[in-house]
Write a protein that binds this ligand. Structure first.
Ligand SMILES: [Fe+2]
Length: 254
């Protein structure tokens, strides 16, 4: 079981940043000392204050309190042809994934995480052949061992959004499509957490799946430079992701 990293203090902090509401302004809006806002944002649980802050931020007060009580975890999910790798990165953990066609063993890596060995061992043990690497975005925790992987895997093509170009990568944009054996992939530009953040929507397994990177966490959106832009980017894709199982970069599968 992978622990959730998206606590009530993270959700509140991200919402305040996205709406450009500072701690002083928040303390005025809810009528408490700034130190009380500080303590909530450091993880303290004061349900009355959490509800007040949620109302200011247009969040669901009861869901936020539920998050603060740490009563919810996503249901673990197992889908044939998808493997999650949870890797340490500094004080946090990041997920990388491999998905593959179960007849041919041809596979894609979705983000690299920080530890090439975990991925290479799994590839060897399962006789997989890496057809391509896809990057949801280029924050360092998502591409930490990219160069090492490329070297060990004979330079498979690497796909990344054109707004976050890397050397020797194929630059892609929304609507890009790619297939390998039974797997088909299409790209949604789910920017906001990062300028070239994308979601890879994949069919060909037992159900439609999507790798969202840091665009969505288990409890909220990923932190971004503009909540408005991000909300727009994500809500615009809702119909594309209907009935799709989402795989997150920093939390569990839902
Ligand atoms: Fe990120």
């Amino acid at each position: 079981m992978i622990e959730i990293e998206d606590f009530h203090e993270d959700i509140l902090g991200k919402a305040m940043r996205g709406l450009s509401i500072g701690k002083n302004e928040m303390s005025n809006l809810v009528g408490v000392e700034k130190s009380e806002i500080d303590s909530i944002l450091s993880g303290k649980v004061n349900e009355r204050l959490i509800r007040l802050m949620a109302i200011v931020l247009k969040l669901d007060p009861e869901k936020l309190v539920y998050s603060a009580r740490k009563l919810w975890t996503p249901t673990p999910l197992k889908i044939g042809g998808v493997k999650q790798f949870n890797m340490p990165f500094g004080t946090m953990f990041v997920n990388a994934y491999i998905t593959w066609d179960r007849n041919s063993g041809k596979a894609w890596i979705i983000d690299t995480g920080s530890d090439a060995k975990q991925l290479l061992d799994f590839i060897d043990e399962n006789n997989l052949e890496i057809d391509a690497i896809f990057l949801t975005h280029t924050h360092s925790d998502h591409i930490g061992c990219l160069n090492n992987l490329k070297k060990k895997l004979n330079n498979p093509p690497v796909h990344v959004h054109y707004l976050e170009p890397l050397t020797d990568c194929n630059l892609i944009r929304e609507g890009f499509r790619y297939s390998c054996e039974s797997l088909s992939l299409s790209v949604l530009h789910t920017y906001g957490h990062s300028v070239g953040g994308v979601t890879f929507s994949i069919t060909g397994l037992e159900c439609p799946i999507a790798f969202v990177g840091d665009a969505i966490f288990a409890g909220s959106m990923g932190g971004g430079w503009s909540l408005t832009k991000m909300h727009y980017a994500l809500t615009g894709k809702k119909s594309c992701l209907c009935q799709t199982k989402l795989f997150f970069a920093l939390d569990m599968v839902r």
